[in-house]
Design a protein around this ligand. Structure first.
Ligand SMILES: Cc1cc2nc3c(=O)[nH]c(=O)nc-3n(C[C@H](O)[C@H](O)[C@H](O)COP(=O)(O)OP(=O)(O)OC[C@H]3O[C@@H](n4cnc5c(N)ncnc54)[C@H](O)[C@@H]3O)c2cc1C
Length: 396
């Protein structure tokens, strides 16, 4: 049995941010990071963009660089799963049969992709993206024509990346307009036009019924009878938090499917914390419980969780931020999240790809989406935090 002061389960953005913050804050105890992934912690946002497109190598996306773990005296186990947490005994059982004891434990197990359970779903050529390995497998296997299934970030990002690599790509989605569920039809229309202007063919309002093929996929067939030829399919239909370990350990699971934590990211068990995609946290900014799957949230929650493990009670109080890009065609940044709004105010120009779209509910700013106008997000963060009614003229 090995003993550690701090054990972090999950080698993603949240887990790495926590490990590095422990050291930055001067913790000199022993630290272990356990990750099921075959790779050392890396920037997952590159999986559908720079790494898939071949602009960034594996080494270039490693968090902290190649020697970070040795230099910072942090033990890392890759290709290793945590199988069981005993919160009373303060132990974690690993897939290599070792049992480690912890002083403080962080769960940062992230999310798993949602799978399309339809006829033909197991045919060759159907891909899901979450890890560097899955991006590598897609790159090795991709054949035209490609169909991306989904109308949100992953499917649109992959459609853009593969098109810019010279592939023939179409997109099949339930939404009428790409990204409309998060950003509404105005912004969604801008992203959709960007995709179609660059050659992506879009089929909106379509539910995938089944995949046709003989060994390898040959077509995507929708419930309305649309048949889109495909030698490769990339499915991007969301993800769900990986709470299997937390559930087995008896931790409280919330309505949004995540591990319930307080505003300082402590779970219902003593000395156990959770951060990132799995954390269903009390948001001091929004005054309600949220669970968000964004890189910046994972990063900042990893930092907060590390400080909490060191005894701080300071809450995670950052306004959630998200970014995405469609190849080098456009780049977006967003703060919020605006779950509902009754007014959109556009400043700038969609045609010139230079705008900020303000989302208001009951006269208060609840979100803002910026394309080439990052500076406006500072004011948006302030207004979301204060929750004050705004004078529309005040919005730049
Ligand atoms: C392809 C893709 C592109 C994205 N692009 C963007 C973007 O542009 N902008 C943005 O804001 N967000 C983006 N995101 C979302 C963002 O990457 C995630 O919100 C973030 O990575 C979550 O970090 P995390 O540490 O909570 O989880 P993850 O990064 O998923 O890490 C979880 C880790 O836990 C490990 N693990 C799970 N269970 C166990 C276990 N039992 N034992 C050991 N290890 C375990 C996993 O192997 C993994 O290493 C993207 C996500 C994906 C998949």
């Amino acid at each position: 049995m090995s003993e550690y002061d701090y054990v972090i389960i999950g080698g993603g953005d949240a887990g790495f941010a926590a490990a590095s913050t422990l050291r930055e804050e001067g913790a000199d105890g022993s630290v272990l990071v356990v990750s099921r992934d075959p790779d050392r912690p890396y920037d997952r946002t590159a999986v559908s963009k720079g790494f898939l497109g071949g602009e960034k190598s594996r080494d270039e996306v490693l968090l902290g660089g190649a020697d970070w773990f040795t230099e910072n005296n942090v033990d890392l186990l890759v290709r290793t799963s945590a199988m069981k947490v005993d919160v009373d005994a303060h132990t974690v059982t690993l897939s290599n049969k070792d049992v480690v004891t912890y002083g403080k434990l962080l769960l940062a197990t992230g999310a798993n992709v949602n799978r399309l359970r339809v006829e033909g779903g197991a045919l060759d050529g159907i891909h899901y993206l979450r890890t560097l390995l899955t991006a590598h497998e897609l790159r090795e296997d991709v054949q035209d024509p490609v169909v991306c299934v989904g109308g949100s970030y992953i499917a649109t990002e992959v459609a853009a990346t593969l098109t810019s690599m010279g592939h023939k790509v179409s997109l099949v989605m339930q939404e009428d307009v790409t990204l409309e569920r998060t950003f509404g039809k105005t912004a969604g229309g801008y992203f959709q036009k960007t995709l179609t202007d660059n050659g992506v063919e879009i089929h909106g309002g379509q539910d995938v019924d089944h995949f046709e093929g003989d060994g390898r996929v040959g077509a995507v067939v929708t419930a309305s009878g649309l048949r889109v030829e495909a030698r490769t399919v990339v499915v991007g239909v969301g993800a769900h938090p990986d709470v299997s370990l937390a559930k087995k350990a008896g931790l409280e699971i919330g309505e949004r499917g995540g591990v319930v934590v307080n505003s300082a990211l402590a779970t219902s068990a003593p000395d156990v914390f959770a951060a990132g995609d799995i954390a269903e946290y009390d948001s001091v900014v929004h005054g309600k419980r949220l669970r968000i799957e964004h890189w910046d949230v994972a990063e900042n929650q990893g930092k907060t969780a590390a400080r909490s493990m060191l005894g701080s009670e300071a809450p995670y109080d950052v306004v959630p931020y998200f970014f995405s890009d469609l190849a080098d065609w456009t780049w977006m940044e967003y703060v919020g999240p605006a779950y509902e709004w009754d007014e959109e105010i556009l400043r700038g120009s969609l045609e010139e790809s230079n705008f900020c779209l303000w989302y208001l509910h009951d006269g208060r700013v609840v979100g803002a989406l910026a394309v080439n106008r990052s500076d406006d997000l500072e004011l948006a963060r302030k207004l979301i935090t204060t929750g004050e009614k705004v004078d529309r003229e005040q919005l730049p």
